[in-house]
Design a protein around this ligand. Structure first.
Ligand SMILES: Nc1ncnc2c1ncn2[C@@H]1O[C@H](COP(=O)(O)OP(=O)(O)O)[C@@H](O)[C@H]1O
Ligand SMILES: O=C(O)C1=C[C@@H](OP(=O)(O)O)[C@@H](O)[C@H](O)C1
Length: 276
């Protein structure tokens, strides 16, 4: 862990200590700060949950404020399988950075005249959708200060990488089991590649996602930054299902920071001198 991170977490921990002193105590001894078990205070679970969310949000804002100048206004393109959280985490991230949020599927839908992705697949076929998706990414890549949630299949066409490389690409790597659970919970109506056959939604999603991931995993690995939820959960001694969008957004920023530090030259964005 970097020295500043240690210092920052120590400072936050001090604030937490103060906060907990003024809170009523009871039986719960499990604490989380950025998902981490750090200290054993007797605090009620519900309040402690709220408290940690509060501190995670503060940590996210602080990280975003520190990192924003290093981004030179470039876009962040979130990639990953359907259901990995590109939209959910993207919104949190954009808000923290003061960036606009764009969902490329929504952009495609609007450009097509308010027709849903599912309808585009059904009426015109996947290849028309892919062409529209590439056009959307081309247009979006010429803008600045945006977090873009790409569609899960955007990584497949090489031309899309040329567009996304104008910004920083992030792969949200979420275990298949968690993806299938999330998709099963919301249904497959809006995701035509998963919306087929009858049967148990979890098993259907798991099987289809597994086949797609096999074909795509190498493409996702081309992203500048990978955020592995399995690894993050291990580091924080938590279950993947307990990683909130805020915690994941913090990790995205930390990984981007590492990536930028590792680059020989500073990030050379053609947006540095322009506004959004
Ligand atoms: N960290 C998370 N924990 C639990 N559920 C999540 C998390 N991130 C996203 N979800 C849920 O998973 C589903 C898919 O998320 P979404 O952001 O739409 O994924 P994507 O844009 O990558 O397809 C949504 O119902 C969302 O609420
Ligand atoms: O993985 C894919 O090929 C797709 C993912 C979807 O986006 P999300 O990843 O936002 O669900 C959407 O673009 C379309 O249904 C195809």
């Amino acid at each position: 862990m970097l020295d500043e991170d240690v210092a920052q977490r120590t400072a936050t921990l001090r604030q937490l200590h103060y906060f907990l002193q003024i809170m009523p105590s009871s039986a719960n001894t499990h604490t989380m700060l950025h998902g981490k078990k750090m200290i054993n205070y007797d605090t009620p679970r519900r309040e402690s949950g709220d408290l940690y969310a509060f501190f995670d949000e503060r940590l996210l804002k602080k990280k975003a404020k520190e990192l924003a100048p290093c981004l030179s206004s470039c876009c962040i393109f979130l990639t990953g399988m359907m259901g990995c959280g590109k939209t959910t985490v993207g919104k949190v991230l954009s808000e923290a950075l003061g960036y606009a949020f764009v969902d490329s599927d929504t952009y495609v839908e609007q450009a097509a005249g308010e027709i849903s992705v599912a309808q585009i697949f059904q009426q015109y076929g996947e290849s028309v959708f892919r062409d529209n998706e590439s056009k959307a990414l081309q247009e979006l890549s010429s803008k600045s200060q945006q977090v873009v949630a790409t569609g899960g299949g955007a990584v497949v066409h090489p031309i899309n990488w040329e567009y996304m490389r104008k910004g920083i690409t992030v792969f949200l790597d979420v275990p298949l089991d968690a993806l299938a659970r999330r998709i099963a919970a919301v249904g497959t109506d809006s995701r035509p590649l998963l919306d087929f056959d009858s049967g148990d939604p979890y098993t259907k999603a798991l099987m289809r996602l597994s086949t797609l991931l096999e074909k795509r995993v190498e493409k996702y690995s081309r992203a500048n930054v990978t955020v592995s939820l399995s690894k993050l959960a291990d580091d924080l001694e938590e279950d993947v299902s307990h990683l909130t969008p805020t915690i994941i957004a913090i990790e995205v920023l930390e990984q981007i920071e590492k990536y930028l530090r590792g680059k020989k030259k500073p990030f050379n964005s053609h947006f540095s001198s322009r506004s959004a």
